[in-house]
Design a protein around this ligand. Sequence first.
Ligand code: ATP
Length: 276
Amino acid sequence: MNELKEPTDNEPGTKGSTRKIGPVILDLNNISLSFGGVKALTDISFNVRQHEIRAIIGPNGAGKSSMLNVINGVYRPQQGEIVLRGEHRKNMDCYSAAKAGIARTFQNIALFKGMTVLDNIMTGRNLKMKSNFLMQALYWGPARREEMAHREKAEEIIDFLEIQAIRKTPVGRLPYGLQKRVELGRALAAEPDILLLDEPMAGMNVEEKQDMCRFILDVNDQFGTTIVLIEHDMGVVMDISDRVVVLDYGKKIGDGTPDEVRGNQDVINAYLGVAH
Ligand SMILES: Nc1ncnc2c1ncn2[C@@H]1O[C@H](COP(=O)(O)OP(=O)(O)OP(=O)(O)O)[C@@H](O)[C@H]1O
């Protein structure tokens, strides 16, 4: 795991790795977002490079989830711009974000609890489905072939995440750690280029965290997926991230490699407490 993460002189996170961190694909410029009198984000700028694992950290209420919501179009910032693969926008909308290959998991699991693991993962294929409702209802030629192709993809993801044994189990019956893994599976079903993970390890025990870390690294390594992740477990963040941006009260107080952030006095004062 560590072999993958040591930075080179000029590229974050590529030394000794087969991974190649690419150019900037997502640029957040001077983003400000308020809810009434509450300033959730103030003049935040940072970028995300292709294939990197980029963490967003900070205390509760720092604005981390709001930032992900700006990236995938749930929230519209009052100021700033989002540059995705060179295309400038004042804000995103959810449909454009999904079409542009951005997928997301949530802090609180957002799965259909009564549906099986397989069916939940299939819902992640929705945007890729071409056949219309009538064709699907009649299960007519192309719709049938299409469903089989989507099903195959869902099964691939199930194999990848090692959840074959529970593929027919209703999600609500699964322990929390496995539900989080299914949620990752549903996001992967969209075959995203950029995956936004909101506290993927929250509430997990040590073993579940290790598994989730391995899957995140494998997704990044094998599929080349760029990952933007919010996480409170500093051991995990420092271990798997190429670069880390630190928010506090909606402002950016640090940005750099894990080592740079660990040594940043503002970050230590506001969040880390002691130098790790
Ligand atoms: N929809 C909303 N309406 C009003 N205020 C909001 C909304 N979303 C976020 N906020 C406020 O914006 C600020 C930042 O919240 P946000 O959830 O982004 O922080 P966070 O860093 O993700 O926190 P946590 O680690 O606790 O999840 C908080 O003061 C929060 O109350």
